[in-house]
Design a protein around this ligand. Structure first.
Ligand code: NAD
Ligand code: DAU
Length: 352
């Protein structure tokens, strides 16, 4: 069956992997990548698919409601998969309002565009608004336990507060106006094309350039890591087969303490770049903690495993190895990003 789907944030990290999956897997669909190309958006991420006949790029800002309305009436989409966001916790500490604008107001603008367009026909048959969210809305765990779909929201950072708010708006449009929606809350992603401000790509970049690896606090914070291509297949499953109005937690039951992950990363970089064992580990530097730092995240992904038959395809060791290989093979991509504006952000970040 043919469908027209708008994917927002498709020039970013996860969005570009999702757009590629959909463009290649569903040649009968038309995929519109709607992205404002902020500092995090990069058309180099989708270079390999830009000539495909079922792919269209629209440069647009989700804060511009009239522009969204024009794009929605031009393409008449059957579905929206919404990933466009400000996504970095540290930036949200420096500049919370940007997160309110994009993540909250931008999401409501998109919900309105769907409601206006789809409401005209009087029924929402075959339509779906899919919201890509995060496990950070659930707050922090102690030493044990998992986030399930019924865990109470308890966000702590401006980023997670803005994502929690956007999730509530999506549910409110379902409950109030009957908009067909699905939400997924995913754990930490890693993989190719990850912007080098987040832990894994930042540390790969710093290792390659023999710069310090700034571990926040005691390094014993725990995150649950999922390979980005596995997140894309989970979204595919939940977009097509998820139940209207439902939430799905996405994760790979793959918890790592930051310091253990960083040591594994250093070992792999040394092996792959022919350095003496232990050289990169010497770059580890403990620095001042992130304010409001959540101690531990861990996703219970049983619902999506059982109901939709989705499972991750790679182990962490395989995924991390593929990721480091990708960065070693794509130094031009990396060097392009870490010049210019990136430098200004880093001096601000580490002098806070
Ligand atoms: P990213 O920062 O790499 O990409 C965000 C994209 O959104 C960029 O292409 C950017 O240009 C675009 N964008 C930002 N503001 C926009 C605006 N106003 N209008 C249009 N486009 C705009 O983010 P990511 O890591 O790929 O995350 C994508 C989504 O997945 C986000 O909603 C994030 O909250 C969620 N998520 C991320 C992770 C993770 O580990 N990265 C985990 C769970 C959920
Ligand atoms: O859990 C899902 C979330 O994962 C997503 O919703 C966010 O968009 C995504 O950015 C990510 O958030 P985190 O804050 O967990 O990711 P980050 O890579 O920034 O940090 C991972 C851990 O590493 C965290 O405990 C903080 C720590 N850290 C991070 C950086 C950048 C460091 O110790 N040093 C660093 O320099």
């Amino acid at each position: 069956m043919s469908k027209t789907i708008i994917i927002t944030g498709g020039a970013g990290f996860i969005g570009s992997h999702l757009v590629r999956l959909f463009v290649n897997k569903y040649p009968q669909y038309t995929i519109i990548n709607l992205d404002a190309l902020t500092y995090a958006g990069n058309l180099e991420n989708t270079r390999d698919i830009e000539e495909k006949s079922n792919y269209i790029f629209e440069k647009a800002n989700i804060l511009d409601a009239p522009q969204l309305e024009k794009i929605f009436s031009k393409y008449n989409p059957d579905g929206v998969i919404h990933l466009a966001a400000e996504s970095h916790v540290d930036r949200s500490i420096l500049s919370p309002l940007d997160f309110v604008y994009t993540n909250v107001i931008g999401t409501v603008n998109l919900l309105n565009a769907c409601k206006t367009l789809w409401g005209q026909s009087g029924n929402y048959e075959g339509k779906r608004f899919y919201h890509v969210s995060t496990d950070e809305v659930y707050g922090a765990l102690g030493d044990t336990g998992f986030f399930t779909e019924s865990t109470k929201y308890d966000p702590h950072s401006p980023y997670s507060a803005s994502k929690a708010s956007s999730d509530h708006f999506v549910r409110a449009y379902h409950d109030t106006y009957g908009l067909p929606i699905v939400i997924s809350n995913c754990s930490n992603n890693y993989g190719p094309n990850h912007f080098p401000e987040k832990l894994i790509p930042l540390f790969i970049n710093n290792c390659l350039n023999k710069k310090p690896l700034p571990v926040y606090g005691d390094g014993l914070y725990t995150r649950d890591w999922l390979f980005v291509k596995d997140h894309a297949t989970a979204i595919d499953a939940a977009f097509h087969h998820g139940k209207n109005g439902d939430t799905y937690n996405i994760g790979g039951f793959n918890e790592w303490r930051n310091i253990d992950l960083v040591k594994l990363l250093c070992k792999l970089v040394d092996e792959k770049s022919g350095r003496p064992a232990g050289e990169s580990e010497q770059l580890i530097t403990y620095v001042k903690d992130r304010p409001g730092h959540d101690r531990r995240y861990a996703i219970d992904a049983s619902k999506i495993n059982k109901e939709l038959g989705w499972k991750p395809s790679v182990t962490f060791e395989e995924g991390l190895s593929q990721t480091i290989d990708w960065y070693l093979a794509n130094t031009e991509w990396l060097n392009h990003i870490v010049s210019g504006e990136y430098q200004a952000y880093y001096s601000l970040q580490y002098n806070r």
